[in-house]
Design a protein around this ligand. Structure first.
Ligand SMILES: *[C@@H]1O[C@H](CO)[C@@H](O)[C@H](O)[C@H]1NC(C)=O
Ligand SMILES: *[C@@H]1O[C@H](CO)[C@@H](O)[C@H](O)[C@H]1NC(C)=O
Ligand SMILES: *[C@@H]1O[C@H](CO)[C@@H](O)[C@H](O)[C@H]1NC(C)=O
Ligand SMILES: *[C@@H]1O[C@H](CO)[C@@H](O)[C@H](O)[C@H]1NC(C)=O
Ligand SMILES: *[C@@H]1O[C@H](CO)[C@@H](O)[C@H](O)[C@H]1NC(C)=O
Length: 333
């Protein structure tokens, strides 16, 4: 893979400096300036090829320097031999028509309407709860090996009957916008068959950013954009609310459903709502706001206003690339 070096950058900038300098100098100095630039370009060029292996920058140095305010992973020492981490961010319910859900979710999978109605008896008739997650993964580690933090977002489809047993709920997560340059995380998602798009985020190294002087209390912003211009984007603007539109149990339920993309393997993300990152003095906050997204499997830009969700941090344990079949009856008492 091609990787940039300091010398590459110097070489690229060189002709520009030369051009600007020569343009601004008097006629009689032009000649000597040009000679100087030609000479130093040559020196850099030789150095670049002589030392190319020594000056290669690790790709993480090209990511913006990230300082997160996220609190440490409180369960790493409890499960040292499992993948653990924290997920800080926002989750919200995006009501869409069942008819649209039926068009978006691959036709071979049923939708377990009775399962979400058991948790949300008054959810509007003919509607389905798609969900948005905008999360910062922090201190993800296993066996004492920690990876760099990263951010991801996407729209997911819970209560999917992927085993065709009319019982076990799975979550279909077809697309993720994910921190560009984070090869481990990008590859990890691609291995599920996820449509994975390297992206830049606002804020770059935290879950969300507060919007100063907002009319509404506790307003925060999050934005993601694919590196490939126009391929995908997602942004959220949420404010605190007292309204309890959906019970906490509903969020616990769908965030803990085994997740798949192409259906070949399943991801078992166990989200814990009771560790120190979620409990006092930290807290799970109810939020209401707007989500704007241009992301597969939706076509064109979509906007959902007055949607309800949670702003929270959770610890998690993740068991990767498992057989989906092994989750038959998962969550049953
Ligand atoms: C979650 O992220 C927000 C925004 O960066 C931060 O204010 C909050 O302290 C974080 N929560 C925890 C428990 O680290
Ligand atoms: C930890 O990993 C082991 C081996 O993969 C697995 O059997 C176990 O269920 C995991 N622990 C939790 C709490 O998920
Ligand atoms: C989610 O709720 C359904 C009831 O609709 C229940 O059968 C299932 O076990 C729950 N899943 C989890 C992971 O708690
Ligand atoms: C699926 O299960 C629900 C609840 O047990 C039941 O009402 C429904 O008729 C079942 N659907 C099929 C196709 O068997
Ligand atoms: C935290 O929640 C998990 C399930 O989500 C449960 O297994 C565990 O016992 C709980 N821990 C405490 C201290 O309540």
């Amino acid at each position: 893979m091609f990787s940039w070096t300091y010398l590459d950058v110097a070489l690229l900038c060189h002709p520009l400096f030369a051009f600007v300098t020569v343009r601004q100098t008097k006629m009689r100095n032009k000649q000597s300036n040009l000679q100087y630039f030609a000479f130093s370009f040559l020196v850099l060029f030789v150095l670049r090829y002589a030392f190319s292996n020594y000056f290669a920058l690790p790709s993480e140095l090209l990511l913006p320097v990230c300082n997160t305010v996220d609190q440490p992973n409180p369960i790493a020492s409890i499960y040292p031999n499992n993948a653990t981490g924290t997920l800080n961010g926002t989750i919200a319910v995006l009501p869409i028509s069942l008819k649209l859900a039926r068009q978006l979710i691959p036709p071979q999978y049923g939708i377990l309407e009775h399962a979400y109605r058991a948790l949300l008896p008054s959810f509007p008739k003919g509607m389905y709860p798609a969900i948005v997650q905008a999360l910062h993964d922090h201190e993800v580690q296993a066996f004492g090996y920690k990876i760099e933090d990263f951010t991801r977002t996407g729209i997911e489809f819970p209560f999917v009957d992927m085993l065709n047993d009319n019982h076990t709920s799975f979550k279909w997560a077809p697309t993720l916008l994910m921190t560009a340059g984070h090869e481990i995380a990008l590859k990890g998602a691609e291995d599920y068959g996820t449509n994975t798009l390297p992206a830049t985020f606002e804020p770059g190294c935290d879950a969300y950013r507060s919007v100063p002087n907002s009319k509404r209390a506790g307003t925060t912003y999050f934005g993601a954009r694919s590196l490939e211009a126009g391929a995908a984007s997602l942004s959220t603007l949420f404010s605190s609310t007292e309204e309890e539109m959906f019970p906490l149990e509903f969020f616990k339920n769908f965030t803990n459903q085994p997740t798949f993309a192409d259906g070949k393997t399943c991801d078992n993300m166990i989200r814990l709502f009771n560790t120190s990152v979620s409990t006092a003095p930290n807290r799970i906050e109810r939020v209401k706001g707007t989500v704007r997204a241009h992301i597969y499997p939706f076509s064109g830009e979509q906007e959902w206003r007055n949607v309800y969700g949670l702003r929270l941090d959770t610890s998690f344990i993740e068991n990767n690339y498992l057989s989906c079949e092994s989750f038959r009856g998962y969550g049953d008492p």
